[in-house]
Design a protein. Structure first.
Length: 255
Protein backbone atom coordinates (compact mmCIF):
# COMPACT_ATOMS: atom_id res chain seq x y z
CA UNK A 1 0.00 0.00 0.00
CA UNK A 2 1.03 3.56 -0.68
CA UNK A 3 0.77 4.45 3.02
CA UNK A 4 3.25 1.71 4.00
CA UNK A 5 5.76 2.81 1.36
CA UNK A 6 5.69 6.47 2.38
CA UNK A 7 5.88 5.89 6.13
CA UNK A 8 8.21 2.89 6.11
CA UNK A 9 11.30 4.86 7.22
CA UNK A 10 9.35 5.89 10.35
CA UNK A 11 8.19 2.37 11.16
CA UNK A 12 10.63 0.36 13.32
CA UNK A 13 8.53 -2.77 12.90
CA UNK A 14 7.00 -3.35 9.50
CA UNK A 15 6.07 -7.02 9.23
CA UNK A 16 3.13 -8.52 11.04
CA UNK A 17 5.16 -11.31 12.77
CA UNK A 18 7.34 -8.64 14.39
CA UNK A 19 4.27 -6.65 15.38
CA UNK A 20 2.71 -9.64 17.11
CA UNK A 21 5.92 -10.21 19.06
CA UNK A 22 6.51 -6.62 20.10
CA UNK A 23 2.94 -5.68 20.98
CA UNK A 24 2.54 -8.85 23.09
CA UNK A 25 -1.10 -9.74 22.69
CA UNK A 26 -2.77 -10.40 26.03
CA UNK A 27 -6.08 -12.21 26.31
CA UNK A 28 -7.80 -10.19 29.00
CA UNK A 29 -11.45 -10.87 29.85
CA UNK A 30 -13.85 -7.96 29.27
CA UNK A 31 -17.11 -7.15 30.97
CA UNK A 32 -19.52 -9.69 29.37
CA UNK A 33 -22.35 -7.13 29.37
CA UNK A 34 -20.28 -4.30 27.88
CA UNK A 35 -21.06 -4.89 24.21
CA UNK A 36 -24.72 -5.79 24.68
CA UNK A 37 -25.39 -2.71 26.80
CA UNK A 38 -23.79 -0.43 24.18
CA UNK A 39 -24.98 -2.22 21.03
CA UNK A 40 -27.77 0.23 20.15
CA UNK A 41 -25.45 3.23 20.56
CA UNK A 42 -22.69 1.58 18.52
CA UNK A 43 -25.13 0.81 15.71
CA UNK A 44 -26.62 4.29 15.69
CA UNK A 45 -23.17 5.88 15.46
CA UNK A 46 -22.39 3.63 12.49
CA UNK A 47 -25.75 4.36 10.88
CA UNK A 48 -25.17 8.11 11.25
CA UNK A 49 -22.06 7.72 9.09
CA UNK A 50 -23.68 5.40 6.57
CA UNK A 51 -26.51 7.87 6.00
CA UNK A 52 -24.00 10.39 4.62
CA UNK A 53 -23.53 9.64 0.88
CA UNK A 54 -19.77 10.25 0.85
CA UNK A 55 -19.24 9.20 -2.77
CA UNK A 56 -15.77 10.39 -3.75
CA UNK A 57 -16.28 9.69 -7.46
CA UNK A 58 -19.13 12.19 -7.81
CA UNK A 59 -18.54 15.94 -7.76
CA UNK A 60 -22.09 16.60 -6.55
CA UNK A 61 -21.27 14.73 -3.33
CA UNK A 62 -18.33 16.97 -2.48
CA UNK A 63 -20.16 18.63 0.47
CA UNK A 64 -20.96 15.17 1.84
CA UNK A 65 -17.25 14.37 2.08
CA UNK A 66 -16.68 17.18 4.57
CA UNK A 67 -19.86 16.31 6.45
CA UNK A 68 -18.73 12.69 6.83
CA UNK A 69 -15.22 13.71 7.91
CA UNK A 70 -16.64 16.03 10.56
CA UNK A 71 -18.96 13.29 11.82
CA UNK A 72 -16.00 10.93 12.19
CA UNK A 73 -14.21 13.48 14.39
CA UNK A 74 -17.27 13.61 16.66
CA UNK A 75 -17.34 9.81 16.93
CA UNK A 76 -13.60 9.60 17.61
CA UNK A 77 -13.73 12.26 20.33
CA UNK A 78 -16.70 10.65 22.05
CA UNK A 79 -14.89 7.30 21.87
CA UNK A 80 -11.90 8.58 23.82
CA UNK A 81 -9.50 10.30 21.44
CA UNK A 82 -7.55 13.19 22.99
CA UNK A 83 -8.01 15.18 19.81
CA UNK A 84 -9.58 14.71 16.39
CA UNK A 85 -9.52 17.09 13.48
CA UNK A 86 -10.34 17.43 9.81
CA UNK A 87 -7.17 18.21 7.87
CA UNK A 88 -7.22 19.60 4.33
CA UNK A 89 -5.59 17.99 1.30
CA UNK A 90 -5.60 18.89 -2.39
CA UNK A 91 -8.74 16.78 -2.63
CA UNK A 92 -11.05 15.45 0.06
CA UNK A 93 -10.02 16.06 3.69
CA UNK A 94 -8.29 13.56 5.96
CA UNK A 95 -9.51 12.80 9.48
CA UNK A 96 -6.73 12.58 12.04
CA UNK A 97 -7.13 11.62 15.70
CA UNK A 98 -4.90 10.37 18.49
CA UNK A 99 -4.76 9.07 22.04
CA UNK A 100 -1.32 9.26 23.61
CA UNK A 101 -0.89 7.22 26.78
CA UNK A 102 2.89 7.60 27.13
CA UNK A 103 5.82 8.91 25.07
CA UNK A 104 7.58 5.61 25.86
CA UNK A 105 4.71 3.40 24.63
CA UNK A 106 4.50 1.84 21.18
CA UNK A 107 2.20 3.56 18.71
CA UNK A 108 -0.45 2.00 16.46
CA UNK A 109 -1.67 3.95 13.41
CA UNK A 110 -5.17 2.89 12.34
CA UNK A 111 -6.04 3.46 8.67
CA UNK A 112 -9.53 3.48 7.19
CA UNK A 113 -11.43 5.42 4.53
CA UNK A 114 -14.78 7.15 4.77
CA UNK A 115 -15.55 7.44 1.06
CA UNK A 116 -17.75 4.88 -0.69
CA UNK A 117 -18.47 3.69 -4.20
CA UNK A 118 -21.54 4.93 -6.12
CA UNK A 119 -24.67 2.93 -5.36
CA UNK A 120 -25.79 2.39 -8.97
CA UNK A 121 -27.53 0.41 -10.35
CA UNK A 122 -30.17 1.48 -7.84
CA UNK A 123 -32.79 -0.95 -9.17
CA UNK A 124 -30.76 -3.86 -7.77
CA UNK A 125 -31.11 -2.65 -4.19
CA UNK A 126 -33.88 -4.09 -2.02
CA UNK A 127 -33.70 -1.02 0.22
CA UNK A 128 -32.34 2.52 0.04
CA UNK A 129 -28.51 2.32 -0.22
CA UNK A 130 -27.92 5.11 2.30
CA UNK A 131 -30.61 4.14 4.77
CA UNK A 132 -29.21 1.12 6.65
CA UNK A 133 -31.51 -1.78 7.46
CA UNK A 134 -30.83 -4.97 9.38
CA UNK A 135 -31.99 -8.00 7.42
CA UNK A 136 -31.12 -11.63 8.08
CA UNK A 137 -28.74 -10.56 10.83
CA UNK A 138 -26.73 -8.30 8.50
CA UNK A 139 -26.54 -4.55 7.89
CA UNK A 140 -27.50 -3.70 4.32
CA UNK A 141 -26.28 -0.29 3.08
CA UNK A 142 -23.52 1.28 1.04
CA UNK A 143 -20.44 1.63 3.27
CA UNK A 144 -21.62 -0.82 5.91
CA UNK A 145 -18.81 -3.11 4.78
CA UNK A 146 -16.37 -0.98 2.83
CA UNK A 147 -15.26 0.80 4.86
CA UNK A 148 -17.30 2.54 7.52
CA UNK A 149 -18.15 -0.73 9.24
CA UNK A 150 -14.53 -1.85 9.57
CA UNK A 151 -13.46 1.59 10.73
CA UNK A 152 -16.18 1.63 13.36
CA UNK A 153 -15.06 -1.78 14.67
CA UNK A 154 -11.58 -0.40 15.30
CA UNK A 155 -12.91 2.78 16.94
CA UNK A 156 -15.27 0.86 19.23
CA UNK A 157 -12.51 -1.60 20.11
CA UNK A 158 -10.40 1.43 21.00
CA UNK A 159 -13.21 2.85 23.15
CA UNK A 160 -13.70 -0.48 24.90
CA UNK A 161 -9.98 -0.82 25.62
CA UNK A 162 -9.99 2.61 27.28
CA UNK A 163 -13.06 1.91 29.42
CA UNK A 164 -11.71 -1.47 30.51
CA UNK A 165 -8.27 -0.08 31.32
CA UNK A 166 -6.60 -2.24 28.65
CA UNK A 167 -5.03 0.40 26.43
CA UNK A 168 -1.25 0.18 26.80
CA UNK A 169 -0.16 1.79 23.52
CA UNK A 170 -0.59 5.11 21.79
CA UNK A 171 -3.22 5.09 19.06
CA UNK A 172 -3.41 7.35 16.01
CA UNK A 173 -6.12 7.34 13.35
CA UNK A 174 -5.95 8.42 9.72
CA UNK A 175 -9.20 8.17 7.75
CA UNK A 176 -9.00 9.33 4.15
CA UNK A 177 -11.76 10.27 1.71
CA UNK A 178 -10.34 9.19 -1.63
CA UNK A 179 -9.55 5.47 -1.39
CA UNK A 180 -12.23 4.53 -3.89
CA UNK A 181 -10.68 6.81 -6.53
CA UNK A 182 -7.06 5.75 -6.03
CA UNK A 183 -6.01 7.97 -3.08
CA UNK A 184 -4.60 10.81 -5.24
CA UNK A 185 -4.00 13.14 -2.26
CA UNK A 186 -2.79 10.62 0.32
CA UNK A 187 0.86 10.47 -0.71
CA UNK A 188 1.43 14.22 -0.47
CA UNK A 189 -0.43 14.35 2.84
CA UNK A 190 1.70 11.58 4.34
CA UNK A 191 4.95 13.15 3.17
CA UNK A 192 3.93 16.52 4.60
CA UNK A 193 2.85 15.03 7.95
CA UNK A 194 5.29 12.15 8.32
CA UNK A 195 6.23 13.07 11.90
CA UNK A 196 2.60 13.40 12.91
CA UNK A 197 1.85 9.93 11.51
CA UNK A 198 4.97 8.28 12.94
CA UNK A 199 4.08 4.87 14.38
CA UNK A 200 5.43 1.41 15.16
CA UNK A 201 2.75 -0.43 13.20
CA UNK A 202 -0.09 0.37 10.81
CA UNK A 203 -3.43 -1.38 11.32
CA UNK A 204 -5.45 -1.31 8.10
CA UNK A 205 -9.20 -1.34 8.64
CA UNK A 206 -10.13 -2.22 5.08
CA UNK A 207 -9.78 -5.97 4.86
CA UNK A 208 -11.99 -9.01 5.38
CA UNK A 209 -12.41 -12.25 7.33
CA UNK A 210 -12.40 -15.84 6.12
CA UNK A 211 -15.93 -16.20 7.51
CA UNK A 212 -18.20 -14.71 10.15
CA UNK A 213 -16.99 -17.38 12.57
CA UNK A 214 -13.28 -16.98 11.75
CA UNK A 215 -11.58 -13.69 12.69
CA UNK A 216 -8.67 -13.14 10.32
CA UNK A 217 -5.43 -11.19 10.29
CA UNK A 218 -4.52 -9.89 6.83
CA UNK A 219 -0.76 -9.55 6.45
CA UNK A 220 -0.47 -8.20 2.90
CA UNK A 221 -2.40 -6.15 0.37
CA UNK A 222 -1.67 -5.73 -3.31
CA UNK A 223 -2.96 -2.18 -3.67
CA UNK A 224 -3.29 -0.53 -7.07
CA UNK A 225 -0.95 -0.46 -10.07
CA UNK A 226 -1.31 1.69 -13.19
CA UNK A 227 0.23 1.32 -16.64
CA UNK A 228 0.15 3.53 -19.70
CA UNK A 229 1.25 1.57 -22.77
CA UNK A 230 1.91 3.27 -26.11
CA UNK A 231 2.38 1.15 -29.23
CA UNK A 232 3.32 2.75 -32.54
CA UNK A 233 2.21 1.01 -35.72
CA UNK A 234 1.65 1.78 -39.39
CA UNK A 235 -0.23 4.97 -40.20
CA UNK A 236 -2.39 3.15 -42.76
CA UNK A 237 -3.73 -0.34 -43.49
CA UNK A 238 -1.07 -2.70 -44.85
CA UNK A 239 -1.77 -5.70 -47.04
CA UNK A 240 -1.11 -8.87 -45.07
CA UNK A 241 0.17 -10.67 -48.16
CA UNK A 242 2.90 -8.10 -48.68
CA UNK A 243 3.69 -7.02 -45.15
CA UNK A 244 2.41 -9.84 -42.93
CA UNK A 245 5.20 -11.13 -40.70
CA UNK A 246 7.51 -8.27 -41.66
CA UNK A 247 5.53 -5.53 -39.93
CA UNK A 248 4.16 -6.34 -36.47
CA UNK A 249 0.45 -5.90 -35.85
CA UNK A 250 0.02 -3.60 -32.79
CA UNK A 251 -2.67 -5.85 -31.30
CA UNK A 252 -0.30 -8.82 -31.45
CA UNK A 253 2.41 -6.79 -29.75
CA UNK A 254 0.04 -5.94 -26.89
CA UNK A 255 -0.90 -9.58 -26.45
Amino acid sequence: MKLFRILQPALPCYCTPIVVTRLKYHKTPCNPHLFESNKDRFLEELFSLIRIPSISAKHENKPDMLTCAQRWTEVLLSSGADKAEVMPTKGNPVVYAEKMVSPKALTVLVYAHYDVMPAEPLELWKSEPFEPVIRDGRIWARGADDDKGQGMIQVKGFETAIKEGLLQCNVKFIFEGEEEIGSPSLEDFCREHKELLKADVILVSDTSMVSAETPSLTTGLRGLAYWEIEVTGPNRDLHSGHFGGAVANPINVLC
